[in-house]
Design a binder for this molecule. Sequence first.
Ligand SMILES: Nc1ncnc2c1ncn2[C@@H]1O[C@H](COP(=O)(O)OP(=O)(O)OP(=O)(O)O)[C@@H](O)[C@H]1O
Ligand SMILES: [Mg+2]
Length: 589
Amino acid sequence: MSETNQKRGLNRKIFNRIWQGWVRRYRGQLAGTVVLMAFVAATAAAYPLLTKYIFNALADGRAGEVILYAPPIIILLALLKGGALFAQTVQVNKLALRVTTDLQKDMAKSLIEADLSVVTREPAGTFMSRIMNDLNLVREAFVRLANNLVRDALTVIVLIGAMIYLDWLMTLIVMAVYPIAIQPIIRIGNRQRKASGNLQSHMEGVTSLLAETLQGVRMVKAYQMENAEIKRTSVAFDGLFARLVALLTGRAMIDPILEVIGGLAVGGVVALAGWRVANGDMQVGDVIAFITTLIMLVQPVRGIGTLNAVTQEALAAAERILSLLDIPKLITDAPNAKTIQAGKGDKGVISFDKVDFTYGKETALRDVSFTASAGQTVALVGPSGAGKTTIINLLPRFYDVSAGVITVNGQDIRNLTLESLRANIALVSQEAVLFEDTVAANIAFGRPDATDEDIIIAAKDAAAHDFIMALPDAYQTQVGAMGNRLSGGQRQRISIARAMLKDAPILLLDEATAALDAASEKQVQTALERLQKGRTTLVVAHRLATVRNADMILVMEDGGITETGTHDDLIAKDGLYARLCALQFFSDK
Ligand SMILES: Nc1ncnc2c1ncn2[C@@H]1O[C@H](COP(=O)(O)OP(=O)(O)OP(=O)(O)O)[C@@H](O)[C@H]1O
Ligand SMILES: [Mg+2]
């Protein structure tokens, strides 16, 4: 009992939020639609009344009168009802689409603005499924709710009114039968909610599985894992099949139940009516009108009967939609956040002071302290998993420190506006991230106001101009999905041009040349050196040759800094760095 109350409270909360947040703003249109629906419902009453008149008049021998008046009235009525029904259906669909499109926009916004840790925790397919599939369920439910709850309910009221007018006693008997149908239908509805929830979360899994398989298709082929992938997807689709069958079977039970109940009612009415006509309590026209009404009732009652099931399915989806919208945002501007300030000599001074960091449970950084003065290049070296990328991630506040303080120009980065902080940082990472657009647009990413000239200068500085000019449409060439029409080195030089154009005082380079062959590495390296000029740079590199000229080298091991100094200092120290250098020198030979 208390569980159902709790569920009811939750349902009301979900309804309220959807109403307040996304439907209320369209209440004017909604009211207009309800008026159209009321009109459609009202026309329903005209048919039983007309039937009664026609058949009683025919029985009385007034055929001439019927032939004269009835057909034009019926045709006019049908035209009016048809017109109103069309307008109402279009209105409801439009409204549902408006509401769900707004929801989709908000969901996408919520995801794009969410903390990096949230978005990267689950595969992208999961979120896509929620935005597309769950929302579709909500849209369907919105249409059904509007049609069934308002139009059909009004129609039922109007028709029952007509029945009472025709014969109140028989109406009472019919009304006594219908509630029996409600119990099993409610039970089915509750089962549908569970089935729908199951289906939707399985759908998320299938979507992300497909996305993963297609994205990794090169590897799948290279490792000849086609059969394994085909098996994996086929198992996933079988799961989808089973869940869909369960859902649709539940849905399929509702109509037959209503059909049987309807049959019972019509049977009973015919028996009763025959007896009442024989007794002279009813005329033939009344009986035909009554049965007509009863048959007209079947469709809207069916609509209302399936309503609970539809609503429950949609509530399961709405819950998941709202949970996506409610993703908490931890990395936000502090209430009194300031824009970044730079004095004369401190343009881009970075300082880590006793910084600890954990990803969930795993400690990635412990007690990290260092300072990079304006314009200096600080290199981070150390074995895989040492925490180098983590340091890079903390500076633009992709994550916040667990303890300690990071400052830029002496200001705690948590007290700066994210916008001004990130405006001061340019990032080039190992895999160049390009978007499906032109070369020019990809370079101007982050600086949409850049002129063609700016873009060309940046490309020249990044040693990208020549290869871009050799492309079929030069700067207007489409790079393909994720830049797949360009080589790795070309992509990387475009992302360096992007950083050049951003012209930020702080530069973060995370293995920017690691994915490249020796020839393109050399080109990219030259471009990077130009980019580093006059900027405070944190550079992560496995190739120690590229960090040799750094002003300071931080050697990291297991989340901590174990050695600090210039290349010469560290070689003289003969510690980990010297060992790593010797190893690489060896392998480079
Ligand atoms: N998103 C994450 N969630 C949980 N743990 C993470 C995450 N990213 C990194 N880690 C962990 O934090 C530690 C440091 O990772 P980090 O990426 O900083 O290493 P790295 O020095 O950049 O290594 P590499 O040279 O291989 O790039 C590792 O133990 C890693 O397992
Ligand atoms: Mg790394």
